[in-house]
Write a protein that binds this ligand. Structure first.
Ligand code: E4P
Length: 218
C-alpha cells in the first residue's frame, strides 16, 4: 500500500518525507487556499516546490470545469514538473479529459468520486488513480470504506489497472480499514500517518528496556 500525504503544507510534507515512508502528495484547491497561496504563478511555484521535496507523484487539481479549459490547464500543470499528476473532477468533461490525457500517456487522478459507477467511468477512461472520498461519505452516514471495497472488487474482477486512492481520510482507523479493503493508496493528513506509530506497549516496552539498561550500566 502506498502512502500519500494530503496537504499543501511544505513543512508537513517535509516531515512525512523525512519519515521515509512517503510515496506522494495530493493537493486540492481548498488545501492550497488553506496555505494562503494566491495567483497562478505562486500556485505553480508551490507545486514545483512540493515536487522537489518528494520527487514522486504530486496531484495538482484543475479548477476549470469545461473540457477545453481542463485540457489547457492540465497541460500547463504537467509541464511544470515530471512528477505532476493531473487531478480532474469526476464529471462528464472531467472523464473526457482523463481519456485525453491517458491516451497521451500522462498521469491522472480522477477526484470527487462517491460511487462505483463513477469509479467505473474513471477506469474506462484510463485514469491512473481514482479518488473515492471516504470521510465525506461517512459524514453523510454512508459507508466510505465499504465503497473502497466495492471499487477494489470491481477493478479486480474486470482487470482495470486504475489504482484506488482512498481520499478524505480523517484518522488512523480509516487507513487501517482502507488497507483491509484493498486500497492501493491512502492519502492522509500527517496526524493520521503518525497515529499508526501509537501503541502504549511500545512506550512501556521502551521505557523498561532503557530502565534495565540503566540499572546495569548506570
Ligand atoms: C484528496 O485528494 C482529496 O481532495 C481530499 O482527501 C479531500 O479531503 P477532505 O474530505 O478532508 O476535504
Amino acid at each position: 500500500m502506498k502512502f500519500f500525504i494530503d496537504t499543501a503544507n511544505l513543512d508537513q510534507i517535509r516531515q512525512a518525507y523525512e519519515m521515509g515512508v512517503l510515496d506522494g502528495v495530493t493537493t486540492n484547491p481548498s488545501l492550497m487556499a488553506k496555505e494562503g497561496i494566491k495567483g497562478k504563478e505562486n500556485q505553480h511555484k508551490h507545486y514545483v516546490d512540493i515536487c522537489n521535496i518528494v520527487k514522486s507523484d504530486v496531484s495538482a487539481e484543475v479548477i476549470s470545469t469545461d473540457y477545453e479549459g481542463m485540457i489547457a490547464e492540465g497541460e500547463e500543470l504537467a509541464a511544470l514538473n515530471e512528477h505532476i499528476v493531473i487531478k480532474l473532477p469526476c464529471t462528464a468533461d472531467g472523464i473526457r479529459a482523463v481519456k485525453y490525457f491517458s491516451e497521451k500517456g500522462m498521469k491522472t487522478n480522477c477526484t470527487l468520486v462517491f460511487s462505483v459507477g463513477q469509479a467505473l467511468l474513471a477506469a474506462k477512461a484510463g485514469a491512473t488513480y481514482v479518488s473515492p472520498f471516504v470521510g465525506r461519505l461517512d459524514d453523510i452516514s454512508e459507508d466510505g470504506v465499504g465503497l473502497i471495497k466495492e471499487i477494489v472488487d470491481m477493478y479486480n474482477y474486470y482487470g482495470y489497472a486504475t489504482q484506488v486512492l482512498a481520499a478524505s481520510i480523517r484518522h488512523t482507523r480509516h487507513i487501517i480499514d482502507c488497507l483491509k479493503a484493498g486500497a492501493d493508496v491512502a492519502t492522509c493528513p500527517l496526524a493520521a500517518i503518525k497515529g499508526l506509530l501509537n501503541h502504549p506497549l511500545t512506550d512501556i516496552g521502551l521505557e523498561k528496556f532503557l530502565a534495565d539498561y540503566k540499572k546495569v550500566n548506570g
